[in-house]
Write a new protein. Structure first.
Length: 222
């Protein structure tokens, strides 16, 4: 089935591909030179949707009714989906002044992800999940890094890029196969790889991150 998406609908889907998004962030103003830094561009590290408030509400309502997105408060003790909210309810969610972890988020459903895929044509074999943790007592700059992908060659390329940015502790690298693998919260693939290692960050002055560029090459349409 072929879907026709408005610019706003595609923006909502593409923005939530990897993580659910706090609704109040969508109501932030766009950045202008010399203005406030409390903007949608800075919060999401991407250009804003460009919709006025009423059109934004209508687009969220229609995307929900299409079964493409869903709403919840994911970081409460018991996350419960908010079923079929109307325009007034969504407008109230957008105006909430709660902290990002407490307010209502929107995220993709499996159907919404499939609609996004049909337009964006992502290359899942190039997808890289990257996360890290620091010691709880903050006693050192050492970090534990976890990388997930599904392609051995792409993993090797990424590790080489990481080696230019971090000092990897000798003997700390571990590898595991994941069957199945969940690269994002809505997408499951039959196979993945997980690599973990301990390191300290070390970027030469003026260094441009190759690993960041590699992480973006799995999807051209953002």
């Amino acid at each position: 089935m072929t879907h026709r998406l408005s610019r706003g609908e595609f923006w909502l889907l593409a923005t939530a591909v990897e993580y659910s998004i706090p609704l109040p962030w969508l109501a932030l103003p766009e950045w202008v030179p010399g203005g406030s830094t409390d903007t949608i561009d800075i919060a999401l590290n991407r250009q804003g949707h460009g919709l006025d408030f009423r059109t934004l509400v209508d687009t969220l309502v229609q995307s929900s009714r299409n079964g493409w997105i869903e709403f919840d408060r994911p970081f409460q003790d018991e996350s419960v989906l908010i079923s079929d909210p109307g325009a007034d309810e969504i407008a109230a969610f957008l105006r909430e002044r709660l902290r990002g972890l407490d307010c209502v988020h929107y995220g993709l459903t499996a159907d919404g992800g499939a609609v996004w895929e049909s337009f964006a044509r992502p290359q899942w074999e190039r997808y890289i999940g990257h996360s890290y943790e620091y010691p709880e007592d903050a006693s050192s700059f050492e970090q534990m890094t976890t990388i997930e992908t599904s392609n051995w060659e792409w993993l090797d390329n990424y590790l080489r890029a990481q080696a230019a940015e971090q000092v990897v502790e000798a003997g700390s690298i571990t590898l595991a196969e994941l069957r199945p693998w969940q690269p994002t919260y809505w997408k499951t693939l039959p196979f993945g790889l997980r690599c973990t290692f301990r390191s300290t960050e070390h970027r030469p002055p003026g260094h441009v991150s190759d690993s960041s560029r590699l992480r973006e090459r799995w999807r051209e349409w953002r």
